[in-house]
Write a protein that binds this ligand. Structure first.
Ligand SMILES: *[C@@H]1O[C@H](CO)[C@@H](O)[C@H](O)[C@H]1NC(C)=O
Ligand SMILES: *[C@@H]1O[C@H](CO)[C@@H](O)[C@H](O)[C@H]1NC(C)=O
Ligand SMILES: *[C@@H]1O[C@H](CO)[C@@H](O)[C@H](O)[C@H]1NC(C)=O
Ligand SMILES: *[C@@H]1O[C@H](CO)[C@@H](O)[C@H](O)[C@H]1NC(C)=O
Ligand SMILES: *[C@@H]1O[C@H](CO)[C@@H](O)[C@H](O)[C@H]1NC(C)=O
Ligand SMILES: *[C@@H]1O[C@H](CO)[C@@H](O)[C@H](O)[C@H]1NC(C)=O
Ligand SMILES: *[C@@H]1O[C@H](CO)[C@@H](O)[C@H](O)[C@H]1NC(C)=O
Ligand SMILES: *[C@@H]1O[C@H](CO)[C@@H](O)[C@H](O)[C@H]1NC(C)=O
Ligand SMILES: *[C@@H]1O[C@H](CO)[C@@H](O)[C@H](O)[C@H]1NC(C)=O
Length: 886
């Protein structure tokens, strides 16, 4: 392909700025020209680009910035940029073998110190569907995010689906989808473009207002575009509206008017604000690093998510047992209480797969210790759990106590010896305080030695208490002091010229100083990466210790965290609002490539009422990561403590979860292999159906199971949207034919509405009370036919724990067509896969037993529900086979 065809060149745009000497990175520049009043008056309110985004907005300041001034109603900036004010001008543009390089020069001073006067834009045609462009300082190396660490393949394009239009009549550039000329990224006017040392800003006009992503936030799935600021700066706080939260994900998915989709990822780990305004337009405003954009052309939302995961890495395959139901509570104050807690739930028939201890188990809240008085017998308790096929997971804080007497606490002494802790600006260990009684030091997980350090600590503790998984809390990193014991020094890193709209108006509030130092650089740049760097090392270390796949659940995340572990949505409230917000949070993390996700079932803070916990246990049974957890001092909310109705509801929903484990596990395999989603937003599965764009009260598991929880108190029905097609009620197996409509679905108090989608085959197993026992049970294949009597599906099977995923596995595909089910063995390397006991086919209108392929098949046909059950099949998964019934 000749790239020339797709580039509109501008040969010589060089403007002479002073002398012709080498331009230094921070050059002094002329003041901006005064705004032209008549040009200003042409700007529509919605199109105003904010010229004083924070601080005192006065006409004087505005005019000194060369901006337009006009009083406005709330939310709309009064001080805004004059269009085409040529902040940067092209110097030259050069084609390269896989993209292009352009140099731009700044025309006048920006309002922020240290403008980078000469910048270099490097566009790389990464693949046919991924365009990358970077903006850097060509004279000085600036910090670039060290995560995600995935190495990209060399650029290779045959027929890019996009073109980059740069120069010519434009004062900037734009990216266009070739097939329909939709502008995906529109920076054709670089009016408000600023690249200074601590303030970098670029705006793109958007082709639609359907935007999703930009986490982590408490927000509906579809983002708002009413001058809404989304701040990305990892922060320990309970989820509130309009604030930054535990993780930072500068990625959005957009649905275009044509129903095609695209995605944008800014690889930058600094604190940033992202503003969406009704133009529609979106501004990225970061306070450091560089601009490193990836543009994903889709054109379907599922392809966008896959393309994104090619860049950030695909999710880790979780251990099979981690898909069971987990029980946890902060405030299980001793081993007796912990035992009582799990036992009463087992006695009530709740299939608890693992019990989790919060801080309580520790001695003085110190990592790698346990309270030998209150938790006397803990190792034996864990051994007993293991014998029963259950697991034990514990909390780790990243910070270790720095206040123990010398020689008594190896995690600190060894850390000092290996020089592993984060330093303050004067080069001593930064001392802060988290849960530890005296003080806390933070391991630096960007230090290559941290692996051996963390492994030594984890291993010596595991030798005593053989835990099965690590739950990583407080890793924003959180700090109960502001900055450190000694505060933070005065610095433009602590108080940058532009402060993103972070909670409590301070970067060091509830965390460590921005001037702190890690191996990989300044905390100012690395803050958002603390969680991912800890999760990375922990995931490796725990696998090595167990010799198995590890389960790691982390509070703070960043693009790529899914490769190392899962996430829970933190300290949400025990209320109906947070019950319903748990779905958009779950779906956001599906977009972010972190499918192992769930909220604390029944909420963390506050006392859950019986009706709330009843409905929440039903929904939580369908979180990919399903855990009931609550805070210390709150009313107990484990199912057994909530009374008979919650027990019955929980059992019913969890039994369905356990039966569907083969399906769920297969979905995780597909996500791990191909970057698909597990908990899936409706719009990802039905992008051509615009009704799905606003839906975040229901979701799918893969393509085949629709989950419609009850989210309102006292409700016994829900107005559910069923996309076009046949849907089978999970409980009655009755088909519902939808033309793409909302329907009132009845749901008694003990039932969560579930629908199997026509056209899908779901592999299931017979219910048992632990995942280990389920694995030994027989399979039952459920085939739900579509209008044409067709259905297909997949089963992935392995030992559930091997680190070497995808080596010894069995993969089966199912195809139902013309009254026949084909069971095809695609791969046959797992040891002892289960047998298929039965096949259930839903949607057989007419059945004639004489058509059965074999005369002695054991079957039951139910005319009313139009379902056929073939049983006693005993099909071995080592050979392909088929069964015919018509
Ligand atoms: C805003 O103006 C007030 C009063 O003039 C002044 O005290 C304050 O320092 C100004 N704030 C900023 C951020 O410039
Ligand atoms: C473009 O301009 C930059 C900055 O002046 C210069 O270093 C580079 O050599 C120029 N490239 C070409 C192809 O002229
Ligand atoms: C896109 O625009 C180009 C140039 O304006 C035009 O030649 C082409 O036909 C358009 N393509 C489509 C699919 O509209
Ligand atoms: C998309 O649709 C909206 C609403 O109909 C319309 O205002 C907008 O101009 C359309 N955008 C594009 C790029 O066609
Ligand atoms: C736990 O229970 C046992 C047996 O009932 C009792 O002997 C022991 O003192 C209890 N331990 C604590 C810490 O309460
Ligand atoms: C602890 O004591 C040892 C031996 O006296 C000494 O070498 C080391 O520096 C001390 N460590 C700290 C953290 O004070
Ligand atoms: C760094 O920590 C040491 C103590 O560990 C303290 O004496 C020093 O003041 C701290 N420096 C800063 C800038 O806070
Ligand atoms: C992830 O952790 C491993 C050690 O467990 C280390 O080698 C690797 O460099 C880490 N990645 C990053 C980007 O820090
Ligand atoms: C992954 O995608 C490829 C290409 O679409 C497909 O052939 C393969 O079956 C998929 N694998 C899984 C496990 O879904």
């Amino acid at each position: 392909m000749d790239l020339r065809v797709d580039l509109i060149f501008i040969v010589c745009l060089a403007t002479v700025l002073g002398a012709q000497n080498e331009v230094s990175s921070f050059q002094s520049l002329p003041n901006p020209p005064k705004a032209n009043v008549s040009q200003c008056s042409l700007v529509k309110d919605n199109d105003r680009l904010d010229c004083i985004p924070r601080g005192n907005v006065t006409q004087d300041i505005c005019e000194s910035r060369g901006c337009c001034w006009s009083e406005s109603s709330s939310g709309i900036p009064a001080c805004f940029y004059q269009p085409k004010s040529l902040s940067y001008k092209f110097k030259n543009i050069t084609e390269t073998s896989d993209g292009l390089v352009a140099y731009l020069e700044r025309s006048y001073k920006s309002p922020y110190p240290r403008d980078v006067a000469l910048i270099k834009l490097i566009a790389t045609y990464q693949s046919d569907d991924i365009l990358r462009f970077k903006v850097i300082d060509p004279t000085k190396k600036r910090y670039e995010s060290i995560f995600p660490e995935k190495k990209l393949p060399s650029p290779a394009t045959k027929n890019p689906s996009y073109k980059l239009i740069i120069g010519k009549d434009l004062q900037g550039f734009r990216v266009v989808r070739k097939s329909d000329n939709t502008t995906i990224f529109d920076a054709s006017d670089l009016t408000n473009f600023i690249f200074s040392d601590q303030f970098i800003q670029i705006t793109t006009k958007l082709p639609s207002t359907y935007l999703y992503g930009l986490g982590e936030h408490k927000e509906r799935f579809k983002l708002q575009s009413k001058w809404t600021t989304y701040t990305l700066y990892s922060r320990d706080t309970s989820p509130l509206f309009n604030t930054n939260l535990y993780g930072s994900h500068p990625f959005y998915l957009s649905m275009e008017n044509s129903t095609k989709a695209h995605g944008i990822f800014l690889k930058n780990s600094n604190a940033m604000d992202i503003i969406i305004q009704p133009t529609p337009a979106l501004t990225f405003r970061t306070i450091g690093g560089i601009l490193d954009f990836f543009i994903f052309l889709g054109p379907s939302p599922s392809e966008v998510i896959k393309q994104y995961q090619q860049v950030i890495g695909k999710p880790k395959m979780p251990p099979h047992w981690s898909l069971g139901f987990h029980l946890s509570k902060f405030g299980l104050k001793d081993l007796n209480t912990t035992k009582k807690y799990i036992e009463r739930n087992l006695n009530a028939g709740i299939p608890v797969q693992s019990i989790w201890n919060d801080l309580d188990y520790m001695n003085n809240s110190n990592d790698f210790t346990y309270d030998k008085k209150k938790f006397n017998g803990l190792p034996q308790f864990v051994d007993k759990l293991h014998k029963e096929g259950r697991k034990y997971v514990i909390l780790f804080d990243p910070g270790v106590s720095s206040g123990e007497p010398n020689g008594t606490y190896p995690p600190y002494d060894k850390g000092v010896e290996l020089d592993i802790f984060v330093k303050n600006s004067t080069g001593q260990i930064l001392v802060a305080q988290v849960w530890n009684p005296v003080s806390t030091a933070y391991p630096d997980f960007t230090n290559p030695k941290s692996h051996d350090y963390w492994k030594l600590m984890m291993k010596s503790f595991h030798d005593v208490v053989p835990f099965d998984g690590a739950w990583l809390d407080m890793n924003e990193p959180s700090n109960f002091l502001k900055g450190s014991m000694y505060g933070c020094p005065e610095s433009e890193l602590e108080d940058p010229p532009y402060l993103p709209r972070v909670l409590e108006g301070s970067l060091s509030k509830k965390t460590i100083c921005m001037t702190a130092k890690q191996y990989a650089g300044l905390q100012y740049n690395l803050h958002n990466l603390y969680g991912i760097s800890e999760t990375n090392v922990t995931s490796n270390v725990v696998s090595e210790i167990l010799g198995e796949r590890s389960l790691v659940i982390t509070r703070s995340t960043f693009p790529g965290s899914g490769q190392y572990g899962g996430h829970w949505s933190g300290d949400i409230g025990s209320n109906w609002e947070d019950l319903s917000y748990s779905i958009p949070q779950l779906l956001d993390f599906s977009l972010f490539g972190i499918p192992l996700m769930g909220a604390d079932i029944c909420g963390f803070f506050g006392s859950a009422t019986e009706p709330l916990c009843n409905r929440w246990m039903q929904l939580g049974a369908f979180y990919p990561f399903s855990r009931n957890h609550n805070s210390v001092g709150m009313k107990e909310q484990d199912p057994a403590s909530m009374g008979d109705r919650v027990i019955r509801s929980s059992r019913k929903a969890l039994e369905i979860r356990y039966t569907l484990l083969p399906y769920l596990y297969t979905l995780f395999w597909e996500a791990h292999k191909n970057g698909t989603t597990v908990a899936r937003p409706l719009l990802v599965e039905f992008p051509e159906d615009r009704n799905t764009y606003d839906i975040d009260t229901a979701f799918l598991w893969g393509s085949g199971l629709l989950i419609v929880p009850i989210l309102e108190e006292n409700a016994i029905s829900v107005n559910a949207y069923l996309p076009k097609g046949i849907w089978y009620d999970y409980y009655t197996r009755q088909p519902l034919n939808s033309s793409g409509e909302f329907m009132d679905i009845y749901a008694d108090n003990e039932t969560i509405p579930l629908f199997i989608r026509g056209g899908q085959v779901l592999p299931t197993q017979f219910y048992r009370a632990t995942t280990e026992e389920v694995r030994k049970a027989d399979l039952k294949i459920v085939a739900a036919l579509d209008q044409n009597g067709r259905a297909e599906g997949l089963l992935y099977w392995d030992d559930g724990i091997s680190v070497d995923v995808g080596r010894n596995y069995t993969q089966i595909s199912f195809l139902v067509e013309d009254g026949d089910i084909e069971i095809n063995v695609i791969n046959n390397r797992a040891e002892h896969p289960p047998k298929i006991f039965s096949v259930e086919i839903l949607g057989i209108r007419n059945f004639n037993e004489s058509n059965l392929s074999s005369g002695n098949l054991d079957y039951v046909y139910k005319k009313q529900s139009q379902s056929l059950l073939l049983q006693n099949l005993n099909i071995d998964l080592t050979q392909s086979t088929s069964i015919k019934w018509s």
